[in-house]
Design a binder for this molecule. Structure first.
Ligand SMILES: [Zn+2]
Ligand SMILES: [Zn+2]
Length: 72
């Protein structure tokens, strides 16, 4: 434990100590310091993927609604 590597912020340009309690990003599961723990603050890859999925789902829903409307 004594020689174990302390977790540092997952943001490449930051070498602050990661906050194990609140610093874990639920989108990309990396650990960050208290300044970079929010997805927007570390250009979260998981968040971008999440948004893309939501966008695709939304587009699909809009298309299917259009289809139903056209039938009626
Ligand atoms: Zn940081
Ligand atoms: Zn993240």
């Amino acid at each position: 434990m004594a020689c174990g590597k302390l977790p540092v912020c997952g943001r490449e340009t930051c070498n602050k100590k990661a906050n194990a309690m609140i610093g874990t990003c639920s989108y990309c599961t990396l650990q960050f310091c208290s300044h970079h723990r929010l997805p927007e603050d570390h250009a979260c890859m998981g968040m971008q993927r999440c948004r893309q999925v939501a966008f695709d789902l939304n587009a699909k829903t809009l298309r299917s609604q259009k289809c139903v409307a056209a039938k009626l």
